[in-house]
Design a protein around this ligand. Structure first.
Ligand code: AP5
Ligand code: MG
Length: 209
C-alpha cells in the first residue's frame, strides 16, 4: 500500500507515520527528515535547502522531487511506503503521477492552527532516527534522550514561533490545494487530529483497514 499523509506542520504526520510503519511494516519516507539529514551532513542539496527551511518556506520542487524519486527506487520501498511531507505543491503531486506511482490512500490529518502552535512549542525530535516527542503529550522515557536510539532529543530550528507562522501560511497557500487535487482522484480521506495521539492513531488505522 502506498500512502500519503497530508496535513499542516505539526498536525501529527510524523507521529502517525511511526504508528502506520509499526502496523504495516512499510517504510516512512519523510522529505523533511531527509532534508534535515542533508543539512546536517552539509551535502550540496543540504546547503541549497537550508535557507528555505530556516525561513519556514518550501525547498524548490526540483530538489525535493529528485530526492523523492531516488528514495522510492530503493529496495525497501518496493512493497509500499508512507509519504510524510511529500507532495507539498501541485507540481510535486503531478510529478509523482508522472513517475507512474500508484497512490492508494491520501490521509489528511486536520488540526486547527491554534492547536498546532501549542504542539510545536513543546516538540522535541531525534535528529538521528527522526523519532518525535512532546514534553507534555508524548514525553520520552528519559528526559532529553531518544527512546528508540539513545541520541539526544532537541528542539527543531524551525519550531521558533515566528517560523511556525510562516510555515502555516505556506501550508494554507501552497499545500492545502492538494486536498482538492486528491479529492478529484477519489483518494482523500480526512481524519480529525485534535484528539490524543492514541485516538488519532485509531482513526488513521481504521481508514487503512
Ligand atoms: P517537515 O519536516 O515535513 O515539517 P512539517 O510539514 O512542517 O511538519 P512537521 O514535521 O513540523 O509536523 P508533523 O505533521 O510531522 O507533526 P509531528 O508528528 O511532529 O518539513 C520541514 C521543512 O522541510 C519544510 O518547512 C520545508 O522547508 C522542507 N520540506 C519538506 N518536505 C518538502 C517538500 N515536499 N517540498 C518542499 N519543501 C519541503 O507532531 C507535532 C508535535 O505534536 C509533536 O511534538 C508530537 O508529539 C505532538 N503531537 C502529534 N500528534 C498529537 C496529538 N494527537 N495530540 C497531542 N500532541 C500531538
Ligand atoms: Mg514531521
Amino acid at each position: 500500500m502506498n500512502i500519503i499523509l497530508l496535513g499542516a506542520p505539526g498536525a501529527g504526520k510524523g507521529t502517525q507515520a511511526e504508528v502506520i510503519n509499526k502496523e504495516l511494516g512499510i517504510p516512512t519516507i519523510s522529505t523533511g527528515n531527509m532534508l534535515r539529514a542533508a543539512v546536517k551532513a552539509g551535502t550540496e542539496y543540504g546547503l541549497k535547502a537550508k535557507a528555505a527551511m530556516d525561513a519556514g518556506a518550501l525547498v524548490s520542487d526540483d530538489i525535493v522531487i529528485g530526492i523523492l524519486k531516488d528514495r522510492i527506487a530503493e529496495p525497501d520501498a518496493q512493497n509500499g511506503f508512507i509519504l510524510d511531507g511529500f507532495p507539498r505543491t501541485v507540481p510535486q503531486a503531478e510529478a509523482l503521477d508522472a513517475m507512474g506511482v500508484q497512490i492508494d490512500k491520501v490521509i489528511e490529518i486536520d488540526v486547527p492552527d491554534e492547536t498546532i502552535k501549542q504542539r510545536l512549542s513543546g516538540r522535541r525530535v531525534c535528529l538521528k532516527c527522526g523519532a518525535t516527542y512532546h514534553v507534555d503529550f508524548k514525553p520520552s522515557k528519559v528526559e532529553g534522550v531518544c527512546d528508540a536510539c539513545g541520541d539526544p532529543i532537541v528542539i527543531r530550528k524551525d519550531d521558533e514561533p515566528a517560523t511556525v507562522l510562516s510555515r502555516l501560511a505556506t501550508y494554507h497557500e501552497t499545500t492545502a490545494p492538494l486536498k482538492g487535487y486528491y479529492e478529484n482522484q477519489g483518494k482523500l480521506i480526512s481524519v480529525k487530529g485534535l484528539d490524543t495521539v492514541e485516538e488519532t492513531s485509531k482513526a488513521v488505522l481504521a481508514v487503512l483497514k
